[in-house]
Write a protein of this length. Structure first.
Length: 327
């Protein structure tokens, strides 16, 4: 994924992931959540907390209800899922609006009449800004069928859901990109991305040191993968790592460490140390010896686009840089 810290309008294969990712800790999100909670959620309910924890184990049920309403083109059902409050807002390619419910229900309900026949909102990253709130970073895959062949498009989006009751959730903040053509991937795609693939950024140094310690003992190498949970190409590469063709190769020769770059400002020191320029895109890989020395690193964003590389590229890289004793 090519890095674009300021661009909001996407082009094929690149969307406004940096903008969406920044929502996680933005003052606007935290302020809106705090104000809404103070006004509408004066006392946390234990039953609600249990319900929220239960959703962590699988799909987020409110998002499924939202998907159903979009596919049905049901404007009324969609509008009911959005919260009407002074703290609510939407960010669209046209700008920011406080008329969240009308803006979003109008946009999404019209897709059916434009030929929408299938939809798959994949959760890439999931956070809890505070108790009773769920923040989702989404890759929304859309299929439109007209008189010609089906057209596959993608929208990058983010939603902040607020819990109004034990089983009552509403969208407080929404952000979406324009639609862009879904790039044809040459690597296997995850049906359900692992939202915990990249641990918190502050855990990176400890995990790298632990992997180096293991590598000294078993003479494997350390494969450091710089990326983020909001990055779909990062999830696709990890799916390739777990495919039958590469899983055994990695297990026998590497300790894998996923380093979270956050909104692009985290772990830049590690990236510089391991000679992976983040401005070339993510995922970016480095291979280390047990002594911590860089064996090789990707300096040109070689794996940043899952549409440009195939399984042979991945396995060739892993074969080339595995320990000499294993060749």
């Amino acid at each position: 994924m090519a890095a674009s810290f300021v661009a909001i309008r996407p082009r094929p294969g690149i969307n406004f992931r940096w903008s969406i990712r920044a929502m996680r800790t933005s003052g606007a999100v935290l302020c809106a959540a705090a104000l809404f909670a103070a006004i509408f959620m004066p006392a946390p309910a234990s039953a609600g907390a249990q319900t929220m924890e239960a959703t962590k184990a699988g799909a987020f049920a409110p998002l499924e209800r939202w998907k159903t309403a979009v596919l049905a083109g049901d404007a009324a059902a969609l509008k009911a899922l959005y919260i009407s409050a002074p703290q609510a807002f939407a960010v669209t390619p046209q700008g920011k609006t406080g008329d969240l419910a009308n803006e979003e229900s109008d946009y999404w309900s019209k897709l059916r009449s434009n030929g929408l026949t299938a939809m798959n909102p994949k959760i890439l990253e999931r956070n809890e800004p505070r108790e009773g709130f769920e923040q989702l970073v989404l890759r929304i895959e859309l299929t439109f069928t007209t008189k010609t062949t089906p057209e596959h498009l993608v929208i990058s989006g983010a939603q902040v859901w607020a819990q109004k009751g034990p089983d009552d959730w509403g969208i407080l903040i929404a952000e979406r990109s324009e639609t862009f053509p879904s790039p044809e991937m040459r690597l296997p795609e995850p049906a359900t991305p692992n939202t915990n693939l990249y641990p918190e950024p502050e855990e990176a140094n400890g995990e790298v040191n632990e992997a180096l310690s293991l590598a000294k003992k078993d003479h494997k190498r350390v494969l450091v993968v710089f990326g983020a949970n909001w990055c779909y190409d990062c999830h696709v590469l990890d799916e390739a790592f777990h495919s039958a063709k590469t899983a055994a190769l990695i297990a026998a020769n590497y300790h894998v460490v996923h380093v979270n770059i956050g909104d692009g400002k985290s772990n830049g020191d590690l990236a510089a140390r391991f000679e992976v320029p983040l401005n070339k895109g993510i995922p970016g890989l480095a291979v280390l010896g047990g002594d911590g020395q860089v064996i090789t690193s990707q300096k040109q964003g070689e794996f940043e686009s899952a549409a440009k590389i195939g399984m042979n590229d991945v396995t060739q890289f892993l074969e080339q840089w595995k320990p000499p004793s294993a060749k």
